[in-house]
Write a protein that binds this ligand. Structure first.
Ligand code: SF4
Ligand code: SF4
Ligand code: SF4
Length: 326
C-alpha cells in the first residue's frame, strides 16, 4: 500500500516540481523558494528488504554514464600545488565505495536480528540533506538545491575545491581531476577537477520517471514520496519491528530515511567505513551553527558571480561548437 501511495504522490510531486526545477536550472539559482521541507521528495530505504543484488548500482551506472567525467590526460600542472591528483578514470569498475564513477554502493553488515546471525546489505549514496551544507557552503554556487529538495553539483561550474566534501557529514562528493571549468579558464593548469555524487536522477524525475535505482530494484527496497509521508511510513515500520530509523533528524534532517531491524549504532560498528564508505553515526545539525550561517551569507554574492561566469562559458562553448560544425 505504501508503495502505491508513494508512487502516486511521487508522480504528482514530480510533475508539479518539473516546471520549477526547469526554471531553477535555467536561472542557475542556487536555491529557489518552493515547497516546505515536509513536501520535499524523500526516499525510505527499508534495509530488511535488500538482498544485495546490486541491480540498483548497475542501473545507476548505466543511467548516469553520460554524466561521468572524461578527463584530459596527461594532467597539466596542479594548481594549487598542494592539491593531489584524484584520478578514478582507470578504476571505473570499482563498486565497493563511492567514486566519481560510482554514485551508489552497497555496504555489508553482519549483525544479530532477534538473536539470529543476519547479513544485511545497505544501499548508500548522498543523503540529500534538507538543509545541505554542501549547497549552502559551496564558494562558487556550483552545488544547488532544487525546489523538491534534491541537491546536485553542476559540473560546468564546479572547481573541485572539495568544500562540499569537507562540510558533508558523510564525505559523500568525490573528486575527479582533469575536467571542468578550470581547464576552460586556464588550460595549462589542471586545477582541482570536479566533484561528483548522486543527483537523485533529477532529470528522470523532471520527466516523470522514477530514479533508476528505485526502478531497477526487484525487492522494492526504496519508496519515494513527500518527506512527511515517508517519515510516517518509516516510523510505522520501526514501531512494528521494534527497529530504528536514520535520517529523520541527522544533520537537521535528510531526504533519505533508513529503517533498520537493529540499532544504527550496531550497523555503524558493522559496516566498512572510510573515504567513499559512509558511516551511520549520529550527526548534529551542522548548519545550525551561527558561523556556518554567517559564512553562507557572505559567500552568496560570490556564488552568484561564479554561476554567471559558468553560464557564460558554457554558452560560449556551445556557440563555439555550433560555429565549428557549420
Ligand atoms: S549528504 Fe553530503 S553531499 Fe549529500 S546533500 Fe548532505 S551534505 Fe550534501
Ligand atoms: S537516485 Fe539516481 S543518481 Fe542517485 S543513486 Fe539512484 S540511480 Fe544513482
Ligand atoms: S537493487 Fe534493491 S535489493 Fe538489489 S542491492 Fe539494490 S536496493 Fe538491494
Amino acid at each position: 500500500m505504501g508503495q502505491a501511495i508513494s508512487r502516486r504522490a511521487f508522480l504528482k510531486g514530480g510533475i508539479a516540481a518539473s516546471a520549477t526545477i526547469a526554471a531553477a536550472m535555467s536561472t542557475g539559482a542556487g536555491a529557489v523558494a518552493g515547497p516546505e521541507p515536509s513536501q520535499y521528495l524523500a526516499t525510505l530505504i527499508d534495509i530488511r528488504k535488500c538482498i544485495g543484488c546490486e541491480a540498483c548500482v548497475e542501473a545507476c551506472r548505466e543511467t548516469n554514464a553520460q554524466k561521468y567525467p572524461e578527463p584530459k590526460k596527461p594532467f597539466p600542472k596542479m594548481v594549487p600545488s598542494r592539491v593531489k591528483v584524484s584520478d578514478w578514470s582507470d578504476k571505473r569498475d570499482v563498486k565497493d565505495r563511492l567514486t566519481p564513477y560510482n554514485w551508489l554502493t552497497i555496504q555489508h553488515a553482519s549483525v544479530k536480528v532477534n538473536g539470529a546471525k543476519t547479513e544485511l546489505t545497505i544501499p548508500r549514496r548522498c543523503m540529500h540533506c534538507v538543509n545541505p551544507p554542501c549547497v549552502k557552503l559551496c564558494p562558487w554556487g556550483s552545488a544547488k538545491q532544487l525546489e523538491n529538495g534534491i541537491s546536485r553539483i553542476d559540473p560546468d561550474i564546479c572547481l573541485g575545491g572539495s568544500k562540499c566534501k569537507d562540510v558533508c557529514p558523510w564525505d559523500i562528493p568525490q573528486r575527479q581531476t582533469g575536467v571542468g571549468l578550470y581547464l576552460d579558464l586556464m588550460p595549462s593548469l589542471a586545477g582541482n577537477g570536479v566533484m561528483f555524487k548522486c543527483d537523485r536522477c533529477y532529470d528522470r524525475i523532471d520527466g516523470g520517471e522514477l530514479p533508476a535505482c528505485i526502478a531497477a530494484c526487484p525487492e522494492g527496497v526504496q519508496t519515494i514520496g513527500p518527506r512527511d509521508e515517508i517519515i510516517a511510513q518509516a516510523r510505522a515500520i520501526a514501531r512494528q519491528i521494534n527497529g530504528a530509523i536514520y535520517g529523520a533528524t541527522e544533520n537537521g534532517g535528510t531526504n533519505t530515511i533508513y529503517v533498520s531491524p537493529v540499532p544504527f549504532e550496531e550497523l555503524n560498528e558493522a559496516v566498512h567505513k572510510g573515504d567513499g564508505r559512509p558511516h551511520f553515526q549520529p550527526v548534529d545539525d551542522s548548519m545550525a551553527e551561527a558561523n556556518n550561517l554567517a559564512a553562507a551569507m557572505i559567500i552568496a554574492p560570490i556564488a552568484g558571480i561564479a554561476a554567471a561566469v559558468g553560464r557564460f562559458i558554457k554558452h560560449a562553448k556551445k556557440n563555439g561548437q555550433a560555429e565549428g560544425h557549420s
